[in-house]
Design a binder for this molecule. Structure first.
Ligand SMILES: [Zn+2]
Ligand SMILES: [Zn+2]
Length: 122
């Protein structure tokens, strides 16, 4: 929990393992995975996953949105805006929607200047 409590940081299990190992040298990656999953299932942290994405963890359990850079892979928090809404329930008959996740993609401020031609293609 302590390792994850850095703002705007969304590490993979491997990255968490690297930091935890500095304090608990014997700890295995499997143990870190298991504990991250327990914390995520308990709602203490968030697991962020999507098709083709390596699962990342977020020490902030409050729902919020993310942006992932297509070039460096870094993930950033995005502040929710009023017009970012879940699908209206009436459009999804039979489904019980309990929340939604939104992952923006594109280029972070660091990478945007290096991705000029990609912008015109999209
Ligand atoms: Zn980037
Ligand atoms: Zn986040």
């Amino acid at each position: 929990m302590e390792v994850l409590h850095r703002r705007n940081w969304h590490p993979t299990a491997e990255e968490v393992h690297g930091l935890v190992r500095q304090r608990a040298p014997g700890i295995s990656l499997g143990t870190v995975y298991r504990n991250l999953d327990i914390l995520a299932r308990g709602g203490f942290i968030q697991a962020i996953e999507g098709a083709g994405l390596q699962r990342r963890y977020d020490g902030n359990p409050v729902p919020h949105f993310h942006f992932q850079c297509k070039r460096c892979g870094e993930m950033h928090d995005m502040e929710p805006r009023e017009n970012w809404m879940p699908p209206p329930l009436k459009d999804c008959p039979g489904f019980r929607i309990t929340g939604f996740r939104l992952l923006f993609e594109g280029y972070c401020p660091k990478c945007a200047p290096l991705s000029g031609d990609d912008r015109t293609r999209e």
